[in-house]
Design a protein around this ligand. Structure first.
Ligand SMILES: [Zn+2]
Length: 359
């Protein structure tokens, strides 16, 4: 546990759900009539080694059952974990709805399988639904030549990296081979009725096209998805499909939407442990990015810098190629936040590479 993490309170302490098992989340407010929320944890084959998923007791169209929030990626071992959950954690009831916070593979990967198997509808924001369909059906899957050219224009242009990024074309479809053919649209500020309680949708930008977090006032629970994580800072990247975006400012603006929530709110994040301390975590994230932006400003004050030049400034550890592409997106995001705020200007060199410098 790092020093910042210690400032948060973990009411479930070190309890973690085992494979194929769930832990009941004891919510505050008017909880207690039914076990309203269960926590599931599934493995991921990345540095980020797990994802949290949630089961909410529900009733839809007169059918009792469960709404599942997020799905994990398409893998046989994940399906096997789900089978264990189906047989031991659903009290013999069906899954009646699949709700997805955003289009990243660990969240939507198995939605097609869950929806088909249970004849359940998919609920998701429209922006993320269409992004997921494009990603799963494209031959490049958000990788390939477009991504390689984008990273090269920000200084990651050694032939070996360019070749490898070009070749990594089926990354998204390998984990999201299909997306359900229909969806029910979630919108920011909309209300979803789950298990007789109102859950308010809070839209978030900067991490995914249109991330939806869910807040239940009567249970004092926030399903934060990837927008508020207790330990790691949420990935905020510029991507080749929207190369002139300012996702870091969008992210910082979005987390302020959680500020009005009561301090006792139990946050259920997609990675890490459930925690209390929404305001402390927002303060930490503001500070984290303020410090990173100061470092970037300082580096660019010494001379023109590319996003690739800034990797050792922003990430003081060795990165493999996969981590490097994530880090590049983050580096461009920090440069763009300063560029949009007129704190840096940008020049395109004769080598086709963007460099950022003091205005
Ligand atoms: Zn995500």
């Amino acid at each position: 546990m790092n020093s910042l993490e210690r400032l948060l309170y973990y009411p479930l302490a070190d309890a973690l759900p085992g494979r194929g098992q769930a832990i009941e989340v004891r919510a505050g407010g008017d909880a207690g009539l039914t076990p309203a929320v269960k926590w599931i944890r599934m493995g991921l084959p990345f540095a980020l080694d797990h994802i949290n998923l949630w089961l909410l007791r529900d009733e839809l169209d007169g059918r009792s059952g469960w709404t599942v929030v997020d799905c994990c990626i398409t893998r046989d071992e994940v399906k096997a974990d789900w089978e264990r959950i189906f047989s031991s954690e659903l009290d013999g009831l069906p899954i009646v709805r699949v709700l997805v916070t955003h289009m990243h593979p660990d969240h939507i990967g198995l939605a097609h399988w869950l929806c088909e198997r249970w004849n359940a509808p998919l609920w998701i924001s429209a922006t993320d639904y269409y992004a997921a369909r494009v990603g799963s059906q494209s031959t490049t899957g958000f990788g390939g030549a477009g991504a390689a050219a984008f990273f090269a224009s920000h200084g990651l242009n050694d032939p070996d990296s360019v070749e490898k990024i070009r070749g990594r074309a089926s990354y998204y479809p390998s984990m999201v081979p299909a997306v359900p053919p229909r969806f029910h649209r979630l919108r920011g500020a909309g209300v979803v009725r789950i298990g007789g309680r109102d859950w308010r949708c809070i839209s978030g930008y900067g991490h995914a096209p249109e991330h939806i977090a869910l807040y239940c006032e009567s249970l004092e629970l926030l399903i934060s998805g990837d927008m508020l994580l207790p330990k790691i800072s949420t990935n905020v990247s510029v991507h080749d499909t929207e190369p002139e975006s300012n996702p870091l400012q969008a992210f910082l603006d979005s987390i302020e939407k959680f500020w009005p929530l009561p301090p006792e709110t139990l946050v259920l994040p997609s990675h890490g442990k459930p925690f209390v301390g929404v305001h402390e975590r927002i303060r930490q994230l503001r500070e984290h990015h303020r410090d990173r932006l100061a470092e970037v400003t300082q580096a660019c004050a010494q001379g023109p810098r590319t996003a690739a030049d800034l990797l050792p400034v922003l990430f003081q550890r060795k990165l493999d190629l996969h981590q490097t592409t994530f880090a590049m997106g983050e580096s461009v995001a920090h440069l763009h936040a300063l560029w949009f705020a007129d704190k840096l200007r940008r020049e395109l060199g004769p080598d086709g590479v963007y460099r950022f410098l003091a205005p």
